[in-house]
Design a protein around this ligand. Sequence first.
Ligand SMILES: Cc1ncc(COP(=O)(O)O)c(C=O)c1O
Length: 399
Amino acid sequence: MTYDFDKIIDRTGSGDIKHADLLRDFGRTDLIPLWIADMEWETPSFITDALKLRMEHSLFGYTKTPANYWACISKWIRDHHQWEVREDWICYIPGIVKGIGMAIYALTKETDKIIVQPPIYHPFYLTPRGCKRTVVWNPLKEIVKDGKLVGYDMDFEQLEQVCDEDCRILILANPHNPVGITWPEETLRRLAHFAATHNLIVISDEIHCDMALFGHKHIPFASVSEEAANCSITFSAPSKTFNIAGIVSSWAVVPNDDLRQKFYGWMAACELNEEHLFAPIATMAAFEHGESWRKEMLAYLEGNINFVIDYCHEHIPQINPIRPQASYLMWLDCRALNLNHKQLLDLFINHAHLALNDGEMFGIEGRGCMRMNVGCPRSMLRQAMRQLEEAIRSVKSEE
Ligand SMILES: Cc1ncc(COP(=O)(O)O)c(C=O)c1O
């Protein structure tokens, strides 16, 4: 390996939320933080060098978009996901959650409804709610084999039942957060057909798309059919893959002319489509120089995921980790511990001294599950798993 993913980075002084909000969100600070979705690896030098180079010039005035910014994004998508994206289909957005909010304001009215499929990344329902839109729930179907949860699927029969004529947008996580699914082409095509026949816009959030694992492949929603291209807004970014979430650098792709004019027109009116100075620099550095880092990072990540699965299998059989098909978030089914919600949080926080995301924040369907961020040095993960094993032993022996 060329890059050192074992290196522990001290984030003190960086103001990172993962540490800064421990007290606010978990009530104590002596926790290994494995929650909010950024990684513990330093931003690679091909990105920091590009930023530093620009910093050497001491004037940061209004700055023109680099001529090859859109071409660079379009090439990355073509090379990695075999999707031909016209440069004029792409537009900068100041963050994906903000993009979801802007699309809701630009394209729906207050009486319209937004469909989400829990367990799901919580802003998918919080943002529509905050925009005063009604959220319609279409929970994923659990796939159970030999009595064990092994994954989830989209529930089309239920979708047909919950979707009414006020539903205007369906928000899709592709790949899925928190359960790490790279959706199969057939599922995406079926969803596109459903959307086309029900007058729905599909917002496909593809922020985790460059981290497919274990031979799985990301398929862009808009690429699967004409129907998909016509009803979709795709959002993506290099922020998760290259660990640069703080350098807000995301974009939308809208192939359909009417939808694009409506959405991009709204954003342009407020100049929300204008990227800040550092976004193209970081993005282009990542895409032009980051491929070998990305591949090494994913190989290390697969090692981390295997480590957690093996550890649970050998030492904590009450926890069933679902192997993600993409990204660094692992869904742990803890229901065999037979703890209620309060007891489960108490186990992780006060006994194991770990900060994970509570499954219920992704919808009630996540009850009894926890989301663990494994984008960190293996030694950190090893320590976390030991603490968890010990905590479970002590809690269970008190029963
Ligand atoms: C599926 C998904 N979408 C969006 C985001 C956040 O993106 P942004 O910071 O660009 O709003 C995350 C972060 O965890 C995510 O997992």
